[in-house]
Design a protein around this ligand. Structure first.
Ligand code: ZN
Length: 138
């Protein structure tokens, strides 16, 4: 295929892309040094000879960019799954805790406490306020 290292110059106008081996115009090429490090790693996985002073055509770069984005999304998805599981577990623990507190609370209330709760509920209610106001006016 291609020589190791530098891009082959076909003529003054075209350069062979180091990755796909096709002749490209300089405007269609991106220098390796402006490629993001994680993307450069992906490129070297497929093209170990890709030179740091070489070039990659935009079509190939787009392909590797898409691959990189795909991998990042995949990683985030698995991180999200871990987070989701942690939240679910926490919610389960809290539900259990709340249930236990309710049971304990009900058990501890005496008859007097329950009665005073009812009275407090009624005294704060609208029917009580309306009937009390009515009694005051009469
Ligand atoms: Zn190419």
């Amino acid at each position: 295929m291609l020589n190791q290292g530098e891009n082959e110059v076909v003529d003054a106008e075209t350069v062979l892309c180091q990755t796909c081996g096709e002749p490209k115009k300089p405007t269609e090429l991106v220098p390796a040094r402006s490629v993001l490090a994680p993307i450069a790693v992906l490129i070297r996985k497929e093209y170990p000879a890709w030179s740091a002073s070489g070039y990659i055509c935009r079509t190939d770069l787009d392909h590797f960019r898409a691959q990189h984005v795909g991998e990042v999304l995949e990683n985030e998805k698995s991180e999200l799954a871990v987070l989701e599981e942690a939240v679910r577990q926490t919610m389960k623990d809290h539900a259990l805790l709340a249930k236990n507190i309710d049971i304990e609370f009900d058990r501890q209330l005496t008859f007097g406490e329950r009665l005073s709760d009812r009275i407090a509920d009624f005294a704060g209610s609208w029917p009580f306020i309306v009937s009390f106001t009515g009694m005051m006016i009469l």
